[in-house]
Ligand binder design. Sequence first.
Ligand code: ADP
Ligand code: TMP
Ligand code: MG
Length: 221
Amino acid sequence: MPRGQLILIEGLDRSGKSTQASYLASKFPQSKLIKFPDRSTPIGKLINEYLTNKSFSLSDQSAHLLFSANRWELNHEIQTALNDGFFVILDRYIYSGIAYTLAKHDDDDESRTISDSQLGDVDWLIGPDRGLPKPDLTLFLTLDLEEISKRKGWGDERYEMQDFQSKVKQCFLKILNTETDPSISIVDVGQKSIDEVSTLLWDVIESKNKHVLINDPISYI
Ligand code: ADP
Ligand code: TMP
Ligand code: MG
């Protein structure tokens, strides 16, 4: 039986991911919208504590592994939905996992006495996600931080700081290689209204035939 496709929307905080992901989900007759981190699961609750309570401390490696474990909690649900003919729309996924941790390494203070070299090792960072379903299409929404900063404000969660976000953006662009991976599209959404972005994303989806059921097996990270 043909399956649905796995479509991921990635980007910085406030780039419009959640707005576009829910619109996109409404475009398909059968779809499922999944947001990562999913804060409702056992591991998601720990992640929520980590993000919202700055005195709740975890090593950077442990936090990284928890975000990946949270994806594994939803693995069966995602694959079952795809095989049942649903289009699964993801709001963040593995690339957020890599980029946010990589940005911590770039943030590294050279006077640290304990080496955290894993944080800069993309192979190590992707390791725990190996075996998860790979998106058929990744849409990375990019726009200037200056424009982003004018959008409705951040809360006070961990990572919601301008300097760190700018490092995250560089890290995303470092790991998202459109030349070696045709499933990745970097979409410039600067100076565009919500409706214009929706149209643009749908154009990419249609041009790459990601809106139709397919017979190809699910691929894996
Ligand atoms: P994210 O999920 O990436 O953090 P959201 O979809 O929650 O981003 O959008 C963040 C804020 O920016 C919301 O207030 C949303 O209404 C607004 N927004 C989203 N897309 C646009 C756009 N293209 N132009 C202007 N404002 C936008
Ligand atoms: P949210 O604001 O989209 O709910 O995401 C919560 C934060 O978690 C956001 O700052 C990005 C970060 N994050 C990671 O650090 N690693 C991950 O794997 C994911 C999915 C999100
Ligand atoms: Mg969001």
